[in-house]
Design a protein around this ligand. Structure first.
Ligand SMILES: NC(=O)c1ccc[n+]([C@@H]2O[C@H](COP(=O)([O-])OP(=O)(O)OC[C@H]3O[C@@H](n4cnc5c(N)ncnc54)[C@H](O)[C@@H]3O)[C@@H](O)[C@H]2O)c1
Ligand SMILES: [Zn+2]
Ligand SMILES: [Zn+2]
Length: 359
């Protein structure tokens, strides 16, 4: 069998990897393929820490392979481009999100819905076309096909802009697709974490009325005063919940763990939509009656396609939408993941890769 480009010309790379399902990350030397004709190579400046990185390093979804270098909220500077690359040049700011490849010919790929391709190649823990493993953004540099790289707007800060690449597009795309971006609609956001706080910001920019739904009143002041939410509902307060029943056009649910759906379905108006974007490891219980009598819809959404990711990031630049971030050094990652599991971050950790990833 012919050797892959990576086997022939492997380029040294350095990152932090999990070695097993304990999910503890430590320094890791590996290699990446050479920059091919259609490829863009990027020096990574910042990488966000998504809750999916935790699900993955701990094998909570059951298909993790090790060593694994996580990270799919990647922003950096182009260091090399292949001869056929058109939209980028050395020195440009560029970004990579959840995927680095697909079949490029199925119905979804040809419609710009690459995140739904059955052969999608995620940014890490997947096998690339040439048989090599994909490694993510907790690393010094990355190479990807131009089609899967977005132009990062000059006016956006690279650190607080990084989380747009997963958290941002994951909430932007369903708001658009399910018609929850129309001014005057009433949206609920469940789980005020990385995804949730960006859902509030995008929905407000669309002119939607936003209510944050949270288990405790702890985040109320901040949700309203700094994130711009219109209202706040404490899901443990049954009186408050009952009074709000039947008042939401849609709810975006970003919760990462098991939780009851009945109270959320009750909050919806008839014909309302509950859109799941959180990815709990175990199935949730779905009550059917509210779906029948109120013709309510429960749906899901996976990140977003490449064209829409570019549209989202340009929209974010135009409307000054960035994540609220805590920038951390690479060697803080294990502590950061522990804190993220406790909800102890406002609202996204971002690794300062360029300054702290010493080889
Ligand atoms: N659909 C997609 O394409 C996609 C993309 C990115 C992330 N995700 C998933 O979305 C989820 C959220 O990701 P994130 O990075 O925003 O995580 P996060 O940890 O920043 O936010 C999760 C929020 O859920 C809350 N929460 C946790 N357990 C809860 C419970 N039992 N009841 C109520 N609230 C609870 C937390 O307090 C936190 O506010 C994860 O499961 C992640 O894997 C999905
Ligand atoms: Zn993610
Ligand atoms: Zn495809």
């Amino acid at each position: 069998m012919a050797k892959s480009p990576q086997e022939e010309h492997p380029q040294k790379a350095f990152g932090w990897a999990a070695r097993d399902s304990a999910g503890i990350l430590s320094p890791f030397n590996f290699s990446r393929r050479n920059t091919g004709p259609k490829d863009v190579s990027i020096k990574i400046m910042y990488c966000g820490v998504c809750h999916s990185d935790i699900h993955f390093v701990r094998n909570e979804w059951g298909f993790s392979e090790y060593p694994m270098v996580p990270g799919h909220e990647i922003v950096g500077i182009v260091i090399e481009v292949g001869s056929e690359v058109k939209k980028m040049k050395v020195g440009d700011k560029a970004a990579i999100g959840c995927m680095v490849g697909g079949c490029d010919k199925c119905d979804d790929c040809t419609k710009g819905l690459e995140s739904y391709c059955r052969d999608t190649i995620l940014t890490y823990n997947f096998i690339y076309h040439d048989g090599t493993r994909t490694y993510g953004g907790y690393s010094d540099w990355i190479v990807a096909e131009e089609h899967y790289v977005v132009k990062f707007p000059d006016t956006l800060p690279m650190d607080s802009g990084a989380p747009l690449l997963c958290a941002g597009i994951t909430v932007y795309s369903p708001l658009k697709y399910y018609g929850l971006d129309e001014p005057g609609k009433h949206l609920g956001v469940v789980g005020l974490g990385g995804l949730g706080h960006l859902a509030v910001k995008f929905a407000k920019a669309f002119g939607v009325k936003v209510t944050v739904i949270s288990t405790s009143p702890r985040k109320e002041k901040e949700a309203i005063e700094s994130l711009g939410a219109d209202a706040f509902l404490v899901s443990r307060d049954l009186g408050q919940m009952k009074a709000a029943n039947g008042t939401f056009d849609g709810i975006i649910d970003t919760v990462s763990a098991q939780h009851p759906l009945q109270p959320l379905l009750d909050l919806l108006k008839n014909h309302g939509k509950l859109v799941m974007v959180g990815a709990p490891e175990k199935p949730l219980e779905l009550p059917i009656f509210p779906l029948l009598v109120g013709r309510k819809l429960v749906a899901g959404s996976a990140t977003g396609g490449m064209q829409e990711t570019q549209e989202m990031i340009d929209f974010a630049a135009e409307h000054n939408i960035t994540a609220d971030v805590e920038v951390i050094p690479m060697n803080y990652i294990n502590t950061a993941m522990e804190r993220l599991l406790k909800g102890d971050v406002k609202y996204r950790f971002v690794i300062d890769v360029a300054n702290t990833m010493a080889a």
